[in-house]
Design a protein around this ligand. Structure first.
Ligand SMILES: Nc1nc2c(ncn2[C@@H]2O[C@H](COP(=O)(O)OP(=O)(O)OP(=O)(O)O)[C@@H](O)[C@H]2O)c(=O)[nH]1
Ligand SMILES: [Mg+2]
Length: 522
């Protein structure tokens, strides 16, 4: 048969065969039904796959939270070091400037302490009982102090180059306030690293040959720092300075960004900050053996973060296709509003058990960290977010306890337990873990509500409940949803590249697994 112009070819092709018997018709319709079913199943599978792919394309979002100086930016540097080593290396010159600023800041704190000692000696008013008792300041020290005054120019020149967003306040009050005020802030939104890389690349060329491009002020600053190197070492190692700092209760070696024990190395004209390149990748004997010494300059350098910065990585775990990750570094103890974050890494610095907050000297820093953790854990906004707790600065905690500092003196509930790292760290882990359990906190209320709900469900008569039981029902729902999220905790020293690499590796694997499971559930 031929198809004429007035016949639709599709209808023609689909038309039942001529002379079809009822039995053949039945069989044909059944076959068509089966084919349709198969086709629908394939469509469904394709749609599911598309949705899963769409979900898998979404970046994994990680939020870094914790008190100021808890190690958030240092954790981020580890992410960068592991996942984008080239970019990390390229930023080395910028970090050199930060190391220099850290050195100058420590020297400034010593000079300020000496000035206070001088003022106290010259004051006609007799000292009060709780005033620091300073040793006499020798003329030699006064000369040293004068010779180091030009360092202020170094600070100004480096900060000026850093970014207009950088800030340095010289307000003076208590030791804590001075400490806080002398910090260098950087607004995370400003591209400071680029500015310094350009500057410092020029500097590097000047070390090897005649320098053409480096601005005069920054060259002067760098050479001035180098020229002051010996005086800085003499000041820092002077026995009277040690006594003044003790009287002032200022332990510079415990402060962030401490480089005074390496002045000669870091002020050398050809100085390049170390960045982990020399650390062997061989497995460590024990994961919990940290060493303060191997911490690299870039990880030790301190630059306070202002605002929130966002960093993108392409991570690969096992045979899984590389996935995009976003890590948010939030400056200070702020808990910003974040939608759909996959995981939160909370940093709790255990070593700060003997410190108070700079902004409120009546609050212990460790106590404050627990409070912040509780707020985060009970936030409904983060109820689907996996919680990862880094009990950080374990290296410092270990060193402090080994030097005889008494943990129980500050954490009274610690009682008579042995004053060693093992017991103190486990005790704190338990404290944080129980605070993470919303269920524990509301156990009593939960039981009452559960009983009431069972009664309501099974009672033959309508049961009326007080208002708080309705709240309780919502609470139970929340408790159950909170319990479904994962919680992991680690003892960390994020300045130690090797152990942090291992930990971030397991965090990554866990999140990749979690993401895959979730996408299959779509
Ligand atoms: N020894 C040691 N030092 C650490 C550790 N973690 C962080 N630090 C140091 O502590 C200082 C503060 O760390 P940051 O990462 O800047 O802290 P942050 O949480 O980003 O602080 P803000 O930006 O103020 O919110 C830096 O100088 C780090 O080198 C650690 O585990 N051990
Ligand atoms: Mg930071």
């Amino acid at each position: 048969m031929t198809i004429g112009p007035d016949v639709d070819p599709l209808s023609y092709a689909l038309a039942p065969p001529a002379g079809e018997t009822p039995a053949e018709r039945e069989a044909r319709i059944q076959a068509e039904r089966d084919a349709k079913k198969r086709s629908d199943l394939i469509d469904q599978e394709l749609n599911r796959q598309r949705a899963a792919d769409k979900k898998a394309d979404k970046p994994v979002k990680i939020l870094l939270l914790g008190q100021s100086e808890s190690g958030k930016s240092t954790t981020l540097k580890n992410f960068q070091l592991i996942n984008n080593q080239k970019a990390f290396r390229a930023e080395r010159p910028s970090w050199r400037a930060v190391v220099h600023l850290n050195v100058v800041r420590s020297i400034r704190l010593i000079v300020n302490a000496l000035a206070e000692a001088e003022a106290a000696a010259a004051s006609p008013v007799p000292p009060a009982d709780d005033d620091p008792v300073y040793p006499p300041i020798t003329p030699e020290l006064l000369t040293l102090k004068m010779r180091l005054l030009p360092l202020q120019q170094v600070e100004e020149a480096l900060l000026g180059k850093l970014t207009p967003g950088a800030k340095l306040s010289t307000a003076q009050d208590s030791v804590n306030a001075q400490r806080e005020a002398s910090e260098v802030y950087i607004n995370s939104a400003t591209p400071w690293k680029g500015a310094f890389s350009r500057l410092m690349n020029n500097v590097r060329s000047s070390v090897d040959g005649p320098e053409v491009d480096e601005p005069q002020d920054s060259r002067d600053a760098r050479q001035l720092l180098h020229a002051c190197s010996e005086d800085m070492i003499r000041l820092w190692t002077h026995p009277t300075v040690k006594l003044v700092l003790e009287a002032h209760r200022l332990r510079l070696e415990d402060m962030a960004g401490f480089f005074l024990d390496s002045i000669e190395r870091v002020t050398a004209l050809a100085y390049e900050p170390t960045d982990g390149a020399h650390i062997p990748s061989a497995p460590r004997i024990r994961a919990d053996v940290w060493s303060i010494q191997i911490a690299d300059d870039i990880l030790k350098a301190r630059l306070k973060t202002l605002g929130v910065s966002e960093h993108h990585f392409n991570l690969k775990a096992g045979n899984v296709v590389p996935q995009s990750w976003v890590v948010y570094d939030v400056g200070g103890a702020r808990v910003p509003f974040f939608d759909s974050v996959d995981a939160l890494i909370f940093l709790a610095p255990l070593s700060c058990f003997d410190q108070v907050l700079a902004e409120d000297e009546t609050v212990n820093r460790l106590e404050d960290s627990i409070l912040l953790w509780k707020t985060i854990v009970s936030s409904p906004l983060l109820k689907d977010t996996s919680l990862i707790l880094f009990l950080n600065k374990c290296d410092i905690l270990k060193a402090k306890l080994a030097s005889g500092q008494k943990f129980a003196e500050y954490v009274v509930s610690y009682g008579e337990r042995p004053n060693d790292f093992e017991h103190a760290s486990q005790y704190m882990k338990k404290k944080f873990s129980t605070s993470s359990s919303f269920l524990d906190k509301y156990m009593g209320m939960w039981l009452t509500c559960a009983t009431a709900m069972i009664a309501k469900q099974y009672s033959p008569e309508p049961v009326s409940f007080p208002r708080d039981v309705v709240v309780g029902e919502a609470l139970i729902e929340l408790v159950f949803s909170l319990r479904q999220r994962s919680f992991y905790s680690y003892f960390t020293a994020v300045t130690d590249i090797q152990s942090t690499k291992d930990i971030l590796g397991s965090v990554r694997d866990m999140l990749v697994r979690q993401n895959l499971t979730r996408s299959r559930l779509v």
